[in-house]
Design a protein around this ligand. Structure first.
Ligand code: PLP
Length: 379
């Protein structure tokens, strides 16, 4: 059976360059980068190269990158660190109401256990986020603003650049964190224009392996390690570096960096094609606005529970998701915040693309959904 992988917001297939880099580090450059001999040096050079590539992609200095095990670790580090280093007197944290669990849960814990007040900003009546709403929530008691760039369930693009620059102008001491996991290598994510003190990114969303992420930390920003031990990553993230995964991350970024615009245009074409096909199916509602990231399309197939349709499609070799992969089917509340009714939220499907998808995938999916509507509803 031909497979149609349309769940790239959950994870992507590692690209050949990334796999080759991983294998090279497993079989040849397997030394410990902290070792003082040649084998150690070869491993260190692999990690250095990856760090240089990722820094160049973000437009930052190499010493501003900390490799982590995943973006979840990066967000935990940014948020907990900021609370510890800057949050003794200022106790308010501003965030969007649609953040990924890796931000939401940390903020909930800071609220429950450490007395922080969390202000969650909702979108305005049109369903879009406005920078002004974040700015007007800020005050002298605010320690941090944490905001994702692209929502992982619907693809909504949040105005991070505008929000952070307005906030930094009025409140330069407020620390800014951007979860750029679904934006990195799809949109230009540049530290300077973003006005971010922290940026979290992940390898496995961009055709690198799972188990590797990074945190950008602006050089004058205070940071505390989550993991204590050796002196790796400037003493900020102890533990022997996973050089194969770091090299795999760097290789994927190196491969993708020059094709951001080209891939964006291609995926946008696929997205438009799918929107058109879905508009011909009775009752299907598209939740993602036209302004959303073309990489993610959230739809509602009324009357059919997400999991039922997901497994129906799976039997035809088509892989999509029922919202956020991390919530494992549990409702996140994000579709409702973006305008779905409670009932509709049970019937959400998330389709997410990579530049490896083709029109055949679109045809298979729209035919699959149409068949599901006939067979499941009338069973
Ligand atoms: N933030 C967003 C927006 C995500 O989509 C994800 C993963 O789905 C994460 C953070 C967490 O990334 P990781 O799987 O690398 O921990």
């Amino acid at each position: 059976m031909t497979e149609h992988y349309l769940d790239n917001a959950a994870t992507t297939k590692p690209c050949t360059a990334s796999v080759n880099a991983v294998m090279r580090c497993f079989s040849e450059h397997y030394g410990n980068p902290s070792s003082l001999h040649r084998a150690g040096l070869a491993a260190q050079q692999e990690a250095d190269h990856a760090r240089a590539v990722i820094s160049a992609a973000l437009g930052c200095e190499t010493r501003e990158i900390i490799f982590t095990s995943c973006a979840t670790e990066s967000t935990n580090m940014a948020l907990r660190s900021t609370a510890a280093a800057y949050g003794r007197k200022r106790k308010k944290i501003i965030t969007s109401a649609v953040e990924h669990a890796s931000v939401k849960k940390v903020l909930a814990s800071l609220s429950e256990n450490e007395g922080f007040e969390i202000a969650e900003i909702k979108p305005c009546e049109t369903g879009e986020y406005r920078a002004e709403d974040f700015l007007s929530a800020c005050d002298d008691n605010t320690v941090m603003v944490s905001m994702m760039m692209v929502n992982n369930e619907t693809g909504h693009v949040l105005p991070v650049m505008r929000t952070f620059s307005m906030i930094k102008k009025k409140y330069p001491h407020i620390i800014t964190h951007c979860d750029a996991v679904q934006a990195f290598m799809k949109y230009p994510v540049k530290v300077r224009s973003l006005c971010a003190d922290f940026i979290s990114i992940s390898g496995h969303k961009i055709h690198a392996p799972k188990g590797i992420g990074a945190l950008y930390v602006r050089k004058s920003t205070k940071i505390r390690p989550l993991i204590l031990g050796g002196k790796q990553e400037n003493g900020l993230r102890a533990g022997t570096e996973s050089v194969p995964l770091i090299a795999g991350f760097g290789a994927a970024v190196e491969e993708l960096a020059s094709t951001i615009d080209k891939r964006f245009e291609y995926v946008k074409k696929l997205n438009t094609e799918l929107r058109k096909k879905l508009s011909e199916l009775e009752g299907v509602r598209i939740l993602s606005p036209e302004s959303a990231s073309p990489y993610i399309l959230s739809i509602i197939v009324p009357g059919i529970r997400s999991e039922i349709m997901l497994h129906y499609l799976e039997a035809r070799g088509i892989y999509v998701s029922s919202g956020s992969a991390c919530s494992k089917g549990a409702g996140s509340g994000v579709p409702e915040i973006f305008g779905a009714s409670q009932k509709e939220a049970d019937s959400v499907l998330r389709i997410s693309f990579s530049a490896e998808n083709t029109s055949e995938d679109i045809d298979a999916l729209s035919e699959g959904i149409a068949a599901g509507q006939r067979e499941i509803i009338h069973k």
